[in-house]
Design a protein around this ligand. Sequence first.
Ligand code: ADP
Ligand code: MG
Length: 258
Amino acid sequence: MFLQVKDLRYSYGETEAVEQASIQVDRGEFVGIIGPNGSGKSTLLKAVYRGLVPDRGSITLEGEDLLRMPYKRSALQMAVVGQEHEIPFDFSVEEVVAMGRAPHKRLFDIDTKKDRDIVRHALECLGMEGLAKRSYLQLSGGEKQRVLIARAIAQESGFFVLDEPTNHLDISYQLQIFDLIKGLGVTVLAAIHDLNLASLYCDRLYVMKEGRVIMEGTPEEVLTAQNIYRIYGVQSSVEIHRLTGKTSITFLPEGVSA
Ligand code: ADP
Ligand code: MG
């Protein structure tokens, strides 16, 4: 087992965001978390990337207690693209990507040629070399998101934790980024909004609803019309696509029944 989250609970004051969540991820798996807005996906991911300390439950990474691990070591082991990607100062794009190198270095270490090569390579992967000197804050939402993916790549970690990593991007960049991440062969845990993307890229899905994990399985097992109705309350038509071989979902507007 690579990552194991057991009986996690977390409240923001009175709001119980995660009531009961257990998930596990094997090395090399691409695991998605789906579920309605407010179901606790981001909170669960934050606990995994140590953006918060859970009220109860355990998290282990390769068998080791993540909650007791020195921060620097856990930062080396996972690359994170969170939902709130505020970079407060006016850094350039290449400076933001270079932050991905920080866990590899000691305070005040200067960037080596190797670091600079890795940063350039990461920007090239995203087709963003031309933007290296631009101000991060002046980019569009979608460009910022791609810079943060480049930062994650520059970190050279084997585990990506992603919270709706492509929600600001048009379909061509969504596919580009998921293809890119898939091609890295890393272990992935990602909250994914779009069920068709989740189906195309994930080996396995967890479904969260009202702070609980309510289902788990392959996209084909989870994404049935009946389950989608149970999760989201919408009608859909589901088939195995003849070209992708993956579950493909068409949502049905009111008045069209399956
Ligand atoms: P999701 O990512 O599935 O949309 P979240 O984990 O962001 O769900 O939120 C779960 C619940 O916790 C929601 O009810 C949300 O309103 C609440 N919540 C999330 N973040 C905060 C916060 N910083 N303060 C208070 N409540 C929050
Ligand atoms: Mg969220």
